[in-house]
Design a protein. Structure first.
Length: 221
């Protein structure tokens, strides 16, 4: 794991950190094959200043559970669009450190390079963890797109100022698409392919779906 910067910073310093790190992001595949993939998710306790992180590691492509880890803590950064990593990054790092073995790839419930400064949660923590990472979000943060076709595998590109940042990908017939963008050490086409192969029965990739279930369980207990 790479220690890149402190987390207890103000908004201006957080933006500066993003600007300083974005040139380190690689949009090339770091591995030729992926045998284990993880999903990372954070849930918030209602009425409390706390949150819980969960990471679930599955075999790929058969999606069997290998390992999971959780961690809980206090919220130390406000909710500001574009700065989600500074709110959720510390608890996910704590969670990641509890894994016995580093997965080959990790999918985050957030953006990769489809971000105003091209360094969303998946890209930022991909740099920290030094592994391939994918951003898989339910909503768009920046850019423009056309609606994809109605069937699984249909997609359209996300563009911002002429730059291709990601894809709007239909992962299940006739359901809302997901917003996919490379995080770090992976390209867009591979990101889309892995997400599609990970969506077995549901709209959400299986590692991410199971991580969300686990993080919700943590905050409800």
């Amino acid at each position: 794991m790479n220690f890149l910067h402190p987390w207890k910073v103000n908004t201006e310093r957080a933006i500066q950190i993003q600007e300083n790190l974005k040139s380190r992001i690689l949009q090339k595949n770091g591995l030729s094959e992926y045998k284990t993939i993880a999903g990372a998710d954070v849930s918030y306790s209602k009425g409390k200043n706390s949150l819980s992180g969960a990471i679930v590691v599955l075999s790929f492509p058969d999606m069997n559970l290998i390992e999971q880890a959780t961690a809980s803590g206090e919220i130390t950064f406000p909710y500001i669009p574009g700065l989600l990593t500074f709110r959720e990054g510390p608890i996910l790092i704590k969670t990641f450190q509890r894994l016995r073995k580093k997965p080959d790839l990790i999918i985050f419930d957030g953006q990769g390079i489809a971000h105003p400064r091209r360094i969303g949660l998946a890209s930022h923590l991909g740099l920290w963890f030094d592994i391939p990472s994918i951003g898989c979000a339910k909503t768009l943060l920046t850019g423009e797109f056309k609606d994809p076709g109605p069937f699984k595998g249909d997609y359209e590109w996300i563009f911002k100022d002429g730059e291709k940042l990601g894809a709007v990908l239909r992962t299940k017939d006739w359901v809302k698409p997901l917003f996919i963008s490379p995080g770090h050490r992976i390209d867009l086409y591979t990101s889309m392919n892995i997400v599609l192969k990970s969506c077995i029965r549901f709209r959400i990739p299986e590692p991410l779906r199971k991580a969300h279930q686990l993080s919700r369980k943590m905050v409800s207990t």
